[in-house]
Design a protein around this ligand. Structure first.
Ligand code: NAP
Length: 198
């Protein structure tokens, strides 16, 4: 599918800790790109996901970036961004959007999140700035819509309901169980090589 519009780019920003990334992330990103006719969806790997700090051990940003790169390789319309890692410190989406707009002022930005992230949107640092700079998109299961934060307007994109979570995948790997078909092979190879989540 080619969506190049010729005008200002429509850019999806799908951020995550991606510890590890999995096929539901990819399905959501691809579906949002198609439905919203986005030129590209950036998979933005968080440097320090500050709301998760202290809750568990988080893989290094470099390892998470390597896994996401392996996942997105050769998927049309998806690009991996290391801008939050290069910026360092805690990752705030407001800063990421401001940086994108500084380099591409005409771009139209769409922040894409899952239903839990959407429900907690007002806990985000400077969330009002995020809502000013970008349209907010929640990817959700068809027919069973959750309640995203009601103070902002949300675009809903229905995606196949894949009950896959990074938490479950880490537990599977630790227990020596298979992750085949849940994580793209390239990323599974990175996990194997780096002996992550053992
Ligand atoms: P994550 O756990 O790696 O998840 C990445 C995204 O994928 C989330 O939107 C998540 O939504 C969604 N997702 C996960 N499993 C899914 C499934 N099976 N089907 C559909 N969607 C699924 O990343 P995260 O730590 O939640 O971070 C998400 C983004 O929010 C990051 O960019 C982070 O920086 C940003 N954030 C920003 C702030 C701030 O202060 N600016 C605060 C918190 C988070 P669900 O959570 O609904 O699963």
């Amino acid at each position: 599918m080619t969506l190049a519009s010729g005008g200002p780019r429509r850019i999806g920003v799908f951020g995550g800790t991606f510890d590890p990334p999995h096929i539901a992330h990819l399905v959501a990103a691809i579906e949002a790109r198609e439905v919203l006719e986005l030129d590209v969806v950036l998979l933005v790997v968080a440097n320090v996901p500050w709301q998760k700090e202290g809750t568990r051990e988080i893989s290094s940003a470099e390892h998470r970036l390597e896994m996401v790169r392996a996942c997105a390789a050769e998927v049309e319309g998806l690009e991996v961004s290391d801008m939050e890692i290069r910026r360092g410190d805690k990752s705030y989406t407001a800063d990421t959007l401001a940086e994108l707009l500084a380099s591409e002022p005409q771009a139209e930005l769409f922040v894409i999140v899952g239903r839990d992230a959407a429900a907690g949107f007002t806990t985000w640092e400077r969330h009002d700035e995020v809502a000013q700079m970008a349209s907010l998109v929640v990817v959700d299961r068809p027919g069973q819509h959750s309640e995203p934060d009601p103070n902002h307007s949300w675009i809903r994109v229905d995606v196949a309901d894949l009950e896959i979570s990074s938490t479950d995948l880490r537990a599977r790997i630790k227990a020596g169980r298979s992750i085949k078909f849940l994580i793209p092979e390239g990323a599974a190879s990175v996990i194997e090589r780096l002996k992550l989540y053992r």
